[in-house]
Design a protein around this ligand. Structure first.
Ligand code: ZN
Length: 289
């Protein structure tokens, strides 16, 4: 069994919080590529990883959320895709203390797949494969597919990562809360997404982003009812509020951590944070759990 699953049997595994939030406080400008900082400002990225480990995270994600070659091409960085992912993995690996873990982060392409958009499944799969291969070569412990608004795209990324062999893969989709329950942006239900991901070979099933920790309690119970696979849940720090062009999130670390306990009790095996969370949220969460 993979060491991360062994850990999850003994305790709730703590993941890191947001990368984007930390990068903006380190001076990342709107429109700038966060992933380019793996090459240009590696000491800042490594510092963020270390702060999360010091706060009690067992796992950090590489700074490669937008590291898909298709997405990087939009910023003119397609040629650098392989090197960006490789270096990001090495940076996190170097920051990782013994006994802790590095997750190779894979986010969406930012394009709609056919028939809604232009992206073919083959093209998407090759891009995900290239990213996953570079992350694994750079030394990550497993692949973490996250913030997928489309089940189809999550399944494509999962298929690509699994082509690399016996690699543990986490697959997390993002849900919106509606009057009729939780659905992805593409309208897929919790049951549909959980069973499709499990069938396609996801080792850990997850959800992250959009919802704050309060709504995630309910969502966790529903995903738990839909699958017996280990669950990773990463809520936002509540709802975003934009004032004078600056976005902040409503929750405090203390409230987030209290909800963390309820998310664990609802069936999550692994918990971290998404947008708006920083090392103080992870510190409070690790302490509470
Ligand atoms: Zn998020």
């Amino acid at each position: 069994m993979h060491a991360i699953l062994e850990s999850a049997k003994k305790k709730t595994v703590i993941f890191d919080g947001a990368m984007g939030t930390m990068l903006m406080s380190a001076g990342l400008k709107a429109g700038e590529s966060p992933e380019l900082w793996n090459l240009e400002k590696p000491e800042i990225i490594a510092g963020i990883h270390r702060r999360y480990y010091d706060a009690g995270a067992d796992v950090v994600h590489t700074n490669t959320f937008g590291g898909n070659p298709i997405k990087l091409s939009d910023k003119g960085l397609g040629e650098k895709a392989e090197r960006i992912n490789l270096e990001a993995a090495k940076l996190a690996r170097e920051a990782c203390p013994a006994g802790k873990f590095v997750a190779g982060d894979i986010g969406p392409t930012g394009k709609l797949m056919k028939p809604l958009g232009d992206l073919s499944p083959e093209e998407a799969e090759e891009a995900f494969f290239m990213q996953a291969r570079a992350l694994i070569t750079g030394g990550v412990d497993f692949i973490s597919i996250e913030t997928m608004f489309s089940l189809e795209e999550a399944l494509t990324a999962l298929r690509a990562a699994k082509r690399l062999g016996e690699i543990l893969v986490v697959a997390a989709v993002t849900y919106n809360k509606t009057k009729k329950g939780f659905f992805t942006m593409m309208g897929e239900s919790v049951n549909r997404a959980a069973s499709a991901l499990e069938e396609a070979g996801a080792d850990v099933i997850g959800s992250n982003c959009t919802l704050g920790s309060r709504d995630m309690i309910d969502l966790t119970a529903q995903i738990r009812a839909a699958t017996r696979k280990p669950l990773l849940i990463q809520p936002n720090a509540g709802k975003p509020v934009t004032q004078k062009g600056v976005t902040t999130y409503q929750q405090s670390p203390a409230e987030f951590a209290e909800h963390g306990k309820l998310i664990r009790d609802a069936g999550a095996d692994m918990i971290g944070g998404c947008c708006g969370t920083d090392q103080e949220f992870i510190r409070a969460l690790a302490k509470a759990l």
